[in-house]
Design a protein around this ligand. Structure first.
Ligand code: PLP
Length: 385
């Protein structure tokens, strides 16, 4: 019944873990779930108020413009320029998205012919691989190794693969590893992309969740705009995951290509949501700073807990994820199951993000301090493996 495309999607690996979690809950265990990267902190009040007001205006009730309201694109360009110091043309270099996931998933349809390759980090957020498969392309993994700071080693990409690759996907600050990229790395990427005629799609969904560190934009590199685009999202920055709004900035032709796909498959973002997003981006940065403070406290508490288990973990400089090593000799799936069984704590096995995620486990800092304290108490003194 299903297309080869659907049949070739990677299997859902967490069914067993989901079932084990349900069983624990049905036994009355108060399971603490660090699995899902969905902020528990509400959207700022002024953004919600802007939505109420906009939704009451019948002018927002029709089909929106495909590319996003001019005012939205202008606000996004200003926000981007305030954050990274780079001016953008709101007409040609900014496109609204129904969440960055939507834009990322549709991008290969614009550029990848059947059988052509994309370069996809491993481990990674699954949409780069899946978007490629849905476009009948072939994802080629780029390993992210701890010894390389979770950056891909571009010198390991063979000439043959580089020649055939249409897109390189990157994501910094990174989900799931919490790795960060510096300008030297982005410069290397832009040189590589120019040499091999590859489009760079940088996913910067976590650019604002940083601790004592500023994440650069890919476009901060001279010449990056010749080869690349960057995806931004209001989801994590303003706790707006359910609102479905983001945008892509950068190279005009690439943006035009993504826009062509979108014009034919969707009809843009509800204008009331765009107006609320404008209120977010033009509003104070305090909600972002408060988020960062909250995640920092949670991070420190959880890291202490994980270290007390004798596990090796780096303090992340960015994102709301903690990427910890599993005990020697225990697979990430087994460790997750053990953690659930012995402590009633859920964390995501790294293997679910790709082969190179094996040996790690990801905790999302999307639970409040009390829950983290409770989880740490339960984990302290446990023996694993
Ligand atoms: N990119 C990364 C790396 C993510 O982790 C996520 C969501 O978890 C997204 C993109 C999707 O964000 P959005 O809500 O804008 O679709």
């Amino acid at each position: 019944m299903y297309s080869d495309r659907i049949n070739s999607l990677p299997p859902y690996l967490f069914a067993e873990l989901d079932k084990a979690k349900e069983e624990k809950e049905s036994e009355g265990v108060d399971v603490i779930d660090f699995g899902v990267g969905d902020p528990d902190i509400p959207t700022p009040d002024h953004v919600v108020d802007a939505l109420y007001e906009a939704a009451s205006d019948p002018d927002t009730h029709g089909y929106p413009s495909y590319t996003g309201m001019y005012e939205f694109r202008k606000a996004a360009a200003e926000w981007y320029s305030d954050s990274f110091g780079i001016p953008l043309d709101p007409d040609k270099e900014v496109l609204s998205l129904i969440g960055s996931k939507e834009g990322i998933a549709h991008t290969p349809l614009a550029f990848v012919n059947p059988g052509e390759k994309t370069l996809v980090p491993d481990p990674s957020y699954p949409v780069y691989e899946i978007g490629t498969i849905l476009a009948d392309g072939e994802p080629v993994p780029m390993p992210l190794k701890e010894e390389n700071g979770f950056l891909p080693d571009l010198s390991e990409i063979s000439e043959e693969v580089a020649k055939d690759a249409k897109i390189m996907f990157l994501n910094y600050p990174n989900n799931p590893t919490a790795g960060v990229a510096d300008m030297d790395f982005f410069e290397e990427v832009v040189d590589f992309a120019k040499e091999h005629d590859i489009i760079v799609c940088h996913d910067a969904a976590y650019s604002e969740i940083t601790f004592d560190y500023d994440a650069p934009s890919l476009l901060n590199v001279d010449g990056a705009r010749d080869v690349g685009v960057e995806f931004h999202s209001l989801s994590k920055t303003y706790n707006m995951t359910g609102w479905r709004i983001g945008f892509v900035v950068g190279n005009k032709e690439i943006i035009e290509g993504i826009g062509q796909v979108k014009t034919n498959v969707d009809s843009g973002v509800f204008e009331a949501v765009q107006r609320a997003a404008i209120a977010a981006m033009r509003g104070p940065r305090d909600p972002i700073e408060e988020n960062v403070e909250t995640y920092e406290k949670r991070r420190d508490l959880l890291i202490d807990g994980i270290r007390s288990l004798g596990l090796d973990v780096e303090k992340p400089k960015a994102t709301f994820y903690v990427w910890a090593n599993c005990p020697e000799g225990t697979s990430s799936m087994d460790f997750s199951k053990e953690l659930l069984d012995k402590a009633g704590v859920v964390a995501t096995p790294g293997s679910g993000f790709g082969d190179y995620g094996e040996g790690y486990i990801r905790f999302a800092l999307t639970k409040d301090i009390e829950r983290i304290e409770k989880a740490v108490e339960r984990m302290e003194g446990l023996e694993f493996g």
